[in-house]
Design a protein around this ligand. Structure first.
Ligand SMILES: [Zn+2]
Length: 255
């Protein structure tokens, strides 16, 4: 086998392990619990999950999605997030190779994945994801390649500031909280990783996709669902990470 394939397999396993850790964070961060203790337990019967039943992807398949102790179903979220983690890191690897960009891009994408699943599950964007993401974004911009520290700080301010203004305005007009603080911190985090052009792209794509999909669900299907805005911000920022500058150049060439 050639080295590129071996590296991709190794990174895929690493990505699945990060996905497994993200699952723990997704369940525990909203409750404010520790993400290290206690060890993983079955959510149904409380039996501790032994290490050999806790291998990303493989254990779910071997156990056929059932707890070894009580036979209760294990959420599909576990293997899906693990598989998504593996895929994200491998796709970015094939785009940018073994580089600092790989570290920066996948760090952001993993945090976005964690936030998107949390927001879709429970309409919460845990500070554990967004605030530690802000710290990581400000740290990683010092590495060669990617954006400069100045661009990172500017992105942080534009990201946090723009949604904060929207939140203030919404409160003034609707006399109630229109935008959660979680969204503000999340967009600040995205800005710290992508700079202010990335923030504007994320806001544009995220709002457009969110209004189209939830407009359809709420008006055409006549449901009354809250929009998990974090999911759409994650999609916008994810697209920018993969192809943002190319898409912006294409969009501007239309005029
Ligand atoms: Zn069980």
């Amino acid at each position: 086998m050639d080295t590129q394939l071996i590296t991709a397999i190794f990174l895929g396993i690493l990505g699945a392990m990060v996905g497994s850790f993200l699952n723990v964070c997704i369940y525990r961060l909203p409750e404010g619990g520790s993400i290290v203790f206690p060890a993983s337990r079955c959510l149904r019967c409380g039996a501790p999950i032994r290490w050999y039943d806790n291998i990303p992807l493989a254990s779910f398949i071997i156990l056929r999605g059932k707890c070894r102790t009580c036979g209760g179903p294990i959420s599909l979220q576990y293997p899906l997030v693990e598989a998504a983690g593996a895929m994200l890191i491998v796709i970015v690897y094939f785009k940018v190779g073994l580089s600092f960009d790989l570290l920066e891009d996948t760090t952001l994408l993993f945090i976005l994945l964690g936030i998107a699943v949390s927001d879709a599950r429970s309409y919460t964007i845990p500070d554990g994801f967004s605030l530690s993401g802000i710290a990581l974004g400000l740290l990683l911009c010092f590495l060669p390649g990617g954006i400069t520290p100045l661009e990172s700080v500017a992105g942080l301010l534009v990201g946090g500031g723009s949604l904060y203004l929207v939140a203030l305005l919404g409160e003034y007009i609707f006399k109630k909280e229109a935008m959660g603080g979680g969204d503000v911190k999340m967009l600040a985090m995205i800005g710290a990783f992508l700079g202010w052009p990335g923030v504007l792209f994320t806001l544009f794509v995220g709002s457009l996709a969110g209004s189209l999909i939830f407009g359809w669900i709420n008006f055409v299907l006549r449901k009354n669902k809250l929009v998990p805005f974090g999911v759409f911000l994650a999609i916008g920022a994810g697209i920018y990470t993969f192809a943002g500058p190319e898409l912006i150049a294409w969009y501007l060439s239309l005029f």
